[in-house]
Design a protein around this ligand. Sequence first.
Ligand code: AMP
Ligand code: ZN
Length: 436
Amino acid sequence: MKMKYWQEEIETASRETLDSLQSERLIATVKRVYEKVPMYRQRMDEAGVKPEDIKSIKDITKLPFTTKQDLRDTYPYGMFAVPMNEVVELHASSGTTGKQVVVGYTEKDVHTWGEICARALVAAGADETDFVHVSYGYGLFTGGFGLHYGAQQIGATAIPVSAGQTKRQVTILEDFGSTILCCTPSYAMTIAEAVEQAGIDAAKLPLKAGIFGAEPWTEEMRQYIEDKLKIKAYDIYGLTEVMGPGVSFTCEHQCGMHVNEDHFIIEVLDPETFEPVPDGTIGEIVFTCITKEAFPVIRYRTKDLGYVTREKCECGRTFARMSKILGRTDDMLIIRGVNVFPSQIETVLLEQGYAPNYMLIVDRVNNADTLEVQVEVTPEIFSDKAAALTSYEKKLQVAIRELLGIQAAVKLVAPNTIQRFEGKAKRVIDNRKLHD
Ligand code: AMP
Ligand code: ZN
């Protein structure tokens, strides 16, 4: 049965109802973590804040922040707020540097996780008749399980394909009749290519929607994937420390991601002063978990940049919406003093008609930063004369200079020479670190 919402009452609740629910849950969470998690107690004591000082969501700014370093320092179970015998599942962040972060879920937490993913699935048009093809990795990474639980909660059929073996993904799409594909946008691209290479007409597949996330992707990339796979593509956001995928999700209006505010409080802060910024202003996104039992984080600094709006959405959901992630403070490249996000370059490439197969190589030569943009071309262009290729390269170079004000070396490379990804893409090689 087609549903507009998974849980209409809460997803369309009035702002007053949401505010008071958040206040009540925040008060209870702060009290609990103060009692159960030594690090929170110590931090709050240092900041001179007592649980009684938190009387409503307005008081959230009195609380200290939590960072990834705090979670590493308490590795593996130091931040758990329940005894381990109540923890039914563990996951860990993919963390490429330093120790990974371990997070835990009680039975209720697992249910909540499924619930928020069910909301995202329903917003993408899913019901119990759907076949949900999950190509996020299953394992310690949270991607696979969240959408798996969500699909099962709505009574749909979960297909836990996991990431990899792309040819097999295509066979399953075709033979099992997958209707909703869940994976990273980069992997959706890889799968779309494999569908094409198998000589399959994407329009004839039963696939109708995709729920893609776990990495930043541009609006242009979304349209590109929609066109290639002949589906509607939805964004889903989340992070291990807060829950996993499903913290926020897009509805059919594609105008930002609705934050599941009955479970998480979102704040957007000035990245330098850490003071809250007004709605619509870009800043670092910070989350507080207000229903999690095993691993509730308080004011967790995500390092993701975006903005929030509380304007009414046409879908009827009242949950605040966050913008697409514009980048992570970690991913921002500073090239000759100019701040560059890989997503800005992706936008230029797609606007100029290239496929999003590219690599950014940053280096330092004679004390000056250099940026090389390698991008694949279509076989038709590649077989053109060298002079024609150079003119394409020039055109891209100009477009990048116009947008970012920096001179980049552009190198068009042969089709299928740039790495493809099954999970999160890694499109930046920063060789400057080698010289430091
Ligand atoms: P992980 O905990 O390994 O799943 O990584 C979480 C991080 O992935 C977030 O902090 C974001 O930087 C990124 N991420 C997750 N979902 C999205 C999304 N929909 N758009 C952009 N970035 C995302
Ligand atoms: Zn909406």
